[in-house]
Design a protein around this ligand. Structure first.
Ligand code: ZZB
Length: 261
């Protein structure tokens, strides 16, 4: 599976990791990026937050003298064998923590309409065995993301977050003939999905949203506005890569464990 690894630069660390980061000498002068694995680079305009699994282990891995990537150790190892790091096969780890420690961290989401950055929030259904373990949130077009932020905004105390972190404005990114200009909220309503734990219905919604978005979708925003999604998708990806905001990340075959098991 070929993902786009989108680089979300850390702008301000959350209170639970701040000290660890500032006391880590090797991180001095190095920019840290959370790397989100996505199959839908054309939706990056609509990012409203970024998810980590609260119980998943993450690390910061040195790419070169200027940059480090934050992702699961498993993903860092894969990257090291794809010549993404300076020395092939090496992925020096500078820090480690659980996802829960990252909650509230502010990151820059490339292309997002939210220019002041978006927050790192918890998502229970993030798989440690897939992608980078970092999932950027596009609630207009991803039913999983919409269900999760709806739940987060309902129970901010329980999740130990500020409510407004889950309530950044959702803007239309893609128009489709069947689901209107926000496929995810439409499908959540249509399939009567009440919680992020509604696994089967969410898998169904995801499949429908993927198909409709890809084959019927028209861009409503950005440089490729009015273009078919099929045509815009590789162009947005190329733009992100050319601007140093993303890179190609391959998931080795046979190691992918699907959400449905
Ligand atoms: C942004 C985005 C916008 C995504 C969208 C989807 C959609 P697939 O097909 O199952 O491989 N993802 C990536 N890594 C993980 C993980 N470790 N655990 C849980 N979810 C993960 O799904 C790939 C998509 O699943 C990725 O693309 C990412 O969310 C999420 F509008 O990135 B996506 C209809 C889907 N729409």
């Amino acid at each position: 599976l070929e993902y786009t690894g989108v680089k979300l630069e850390v702008l301000e660390w959350g209170s639970d990791v701040k000290e660890l980061i500032s006391s880590t000498k090797e991180l001095e002068g190095i920019k840290v990026y959370m790397v989100a694995a996505t199959l839908r680079p054309e939706t990056m305009y609509g990012q409203t937050c970024c998810f980590v699994g609260p119980k998943i282990d993450y690390g910061i891995f040195k790419v070169n003298e200027k940059e480090a990537y934050l992702c699961t150790p498993r993903a860092a190892r894969n990257m090291a064998f794809q010549r993404i790091f300076e020395e092939e096969g090496k992925f020096p780890q500078l820090a480690s923590f659980q996802g829960s420690a990252l909650i509230g961290t502010l990151v820059n989401a490339p292309l997002s309409v939210h220019k002041d950055g978006v927050r790192i929030l918890p998502m229970e259904t993030v798989l440690a065995t897939k992608g980078t373990g970092v999932v950027t949130c596009v609630p207009s077009d991803s039913p999983d993301d919409y269900a999760t932020i709806t739940d987060l905004a309902k129970k901010p105390e329980y999740y130990k977050i500020q409510k407004e972190w889950a309530e950044l404005e959702i803007v239309p990114i893609i128009k489709t003939p069947t689901y209107g200009d926000m496929a995810a909220p439409f499908l959540i309503k249509e399939l009567k999905i009440a919680s992020p734990k509604d696994k089967d219905a969410l898998a169904k919604a995801k499949e429908l949203a993927y198909k409709e978005g890809f084959y019927q979708g028209i861009m409503l925003i950005g440089e490729y506005k009015d273009m078919e999604v099929q045509k815009a998708k590789p162009l947005v990806r190329e733009k992100l890569i050319n601007e140093g905001l993303a890179f190609v990340y391959n998931e080795p075959e046979g190691k992918v464990i699907s959400r449905s098991g």
